[in-house]
Design a protein around this ligand. Structure first.
Ligand code: GLY
Length: 307
């Protein structure tokens, strides 16, 4: 089977905060190429997704791993999940700190009986696995937070609302391998400025889901994605007989009607690639077996597209 891959580095209203069009394009295309090579060399969809998530987490312009946004108390807490579509197995870590690649925790948890761990338990596992301590903070993120604090000294920390751009940042990868197997992975620093203990969609099946039929990774405001149950909904629509393009379009139309702020990338078992968004920009790139392409210059009003 011809392998396929699609990745994203979040969504929003402009590319400016991420370094501009060319910088984002270079970064996404390089990562798509690296992930695609794993697939052409016979690597599994799961291996490809893990590598793609690691590379995106290591790219400071995206809100996951290094470059994650800070929460209301100035701390970084990251969440990530991995779903192996063949085993229909979901694993994830919620609000974990001081590691380089949260997706590594999701990878480890794939083979455990307890497969989704949150803050205290995730920290214990990090220690148990002896992952090196890593501070994912970048100067840019610290300055964003300091600026916000300076401008909002009177705001109550627990009631701080999410910043518009930071809130949509996430990374994700969906891959189809030579054996026709699908996997999806998603990782995030969260909305930014959120209340301590807030849980992202990125480590829930609402934000990251895969079966033998299709895989989806979402980005956008986590609460919106959870309330649409977007990733699982798209996959189930494919299972029930819609084409991937139809499933994406119907689900995004509903999101627009419900005034949601989100985006999604997907691949199905036939090799179809589809993406959708209710916001202006989706930072996605894909390899369709022939060439690399991206969504960076698509019309802000376009809701869906195919790869
Ligand atoms: N979609 C990322 C978040 O809201 O946490």
């Amino acid at each position: 089977m011809q392998p396929k891959v699609i990745i994203h580095g979040g969504a929003g209203s402009s590319l400016q905060g991420k370094g501009g069009l060319e910088a984002v394009r270079t970064s996404l295309h390089k990562i798509v190429q690296a992930v695609y090579e794993v697939l052409t060399q016979g690597g599994s969809a799961t291996d490809a997704v893990i590598l793609g998530c690691q590379l995106l987490e290591d790219e400071p312009r995206f809100n996951a791993g290094t470059g994650s946004v800070l929460q209301s108390d100035g701390q970084i807490r990251m969440s990530a999940s991995l779903m192996d579509g063949t085993k229909q197995r979901f694993s994830g870590a919620i609000n974990v700190s001081r590691i380089k690649n949260p997706i590594e925790l999701a990878k480890f948890l794939q083979n455990e009986s307890d497969r989704v761990l949150s803050d205290y338990g995730a920290a214990e596992l990090v220690r148990e696995l002896q992952f090196p301590v890593h501070n994912p903070l970048t100067d840019l993120r610290l300055n964003e937070w300091l600026q916000d604090r300076k401008d909002n000294v009177k705001r109550d920390m627990a009631n701080v609302v999410a910043e518009e751009e930071a809130g949509r940042g996430t990374i994700g990868v969906v891959a189809l391998d030579q054996n026709g197997q699908i996997a999806a992975g998603t990782s995030t620093g969260g909305k930014g400025f959120e209340r301590i203990g807030r849980v992202s969609d990125s480590a829930m099946p609402a934000g990251n889901y895969a079966t033998t039929k299709a895989g989806v990774s979402c980005t956008g405001i986590g609460e919106d994605i959870i309330e649409e149950c977007l990733a699982a909904k798209i996959v189930i629509r494919v299972t029930d007989g819609l084409s991937l393009a139809q499933a994406m379009e119907r689900s995004i139309q509903e999101s627009v009607q419900n005034k949601r702020d989100l985006g999604a990338i997907s691949i199905d078992a036939t090799g179809a690639i589809a993406w959708g968004k209710s916001c202006e920009v989706l930072l996605a790139a894909y390899h369709n077996g022939t060439a690399i392409n991206d969504t960076l210059e698509c019309n802000p009003t376009d809701l869906v597209g195919n790869g």
